[in-house]
Design a protein around this ligand. Sequence first.
Ligand code: SF4
Ligand code: SF4
Length: 376
Amino acid sequence: MDKCVVLKAESYDDSLLFDIVRRHFEQHDIKSKIPSGARVLLKPNLVVDKDAAFSVTTNPHFVYAVARNLKEIGVEDITVADCPGGALLLFSEMEAVYQKTGYSFLSEYAKLNTEFDSSDVLSADGSVNKSFNIINAIKDADYIINIPKLKTHNMTCITAGVKNLFGSIPGLQKPAFHAKYPAVKDFSNMLVELAQTVGADFTIIDAIDIMEGDGPTNGKKRHLGLTFSSCDVFSLDAFIIDLLGIPEDFVATVSASKQKNLINKGYEVIGDIDFRPEKPILLPSGFSAKSGIGKLTAKAKTTAEKLSSYVLIKYPKMNERCVLCKKCVVTCPKKALSVKEESIVLDKKKCIGCLCCDEVCPNAAVDIRKKIKTKK
Ligand code: SF4
Ligand code: SF4
């Protein structure tokens, strides 16, 4: 049976985190699982170039604690790699991401990847996607450690272990997947297939400061004081939403994992398992509107789910913080955004509500509005 570990951690203090990560490693006997001379890849969340204080990216001191523990058990070849949202980044832009997110100091302990060459990898499941194009830094690793930041997410409700692996896909191929799978269920099914294909060996999650509300880039920072780990990313996500009281029918990646029998054999939970949040995690607006569905009768629940799926759709409205950097225009998979008279204009007929524009906006300049979808 797979093991999910939760340990409290009150801050990003280096000596505290070194000890916490050591305890996670010991629980899973990581030392014996990493082959001698292995190229070990650390996959944090570096979705945008924001300071760690915003709680958008995995805190660099968390990644530092993982790298130090790896050195402690004799691992020498360590690389940090992620492919941020939006257009494919140039070498110099990725350097800037490392600098702004506070990762530059890690270059003393690990290589900081700046290359996004990629290769096709056959899908491990392949029921929908026959293959995925994955950046070589991740594809070529011998041992992958997935290091997400726990956040809410406007589309998938939360981003934890499974969703973090979407950063294995290079540049604008990510928004192209949103265009290919506009429905949350189909998109989440793809994410699970991708996670099976990437095959992260170990996942350890930074949930010390999380993001709640309209994440993944423009929600509110909240102190939770937790860290999670497992060698089974699917069980870990299921455990996290259970511990935090987030309804499973809000998190389509967990439902898809169950349907594929990736979780159903159960998992053992270890550590500070009595933890409960003082107040509920604030979910993204569309999901908050659904809260209470779980208390309805089965028939009413089906009706309510249909209504929330088909009637309300989200769309972006740029606010006064927009500096016309055009990152959203370049990223939009449906070419629904353009610049007109010094402002960003939306073609609502083209918009699929994926909110990639919000994800890549560096200035929190995208407000999320809802409209009633016209029935045909
Ligand atoms: S909305 Fe954000 S990403 Fe788009 S142009 Fe304005 S500042 Fe840039
Ligand atoms: S404008 Fe619409 S389709 Fe384009 S990125 Fe934003 S939400 Fe997605």
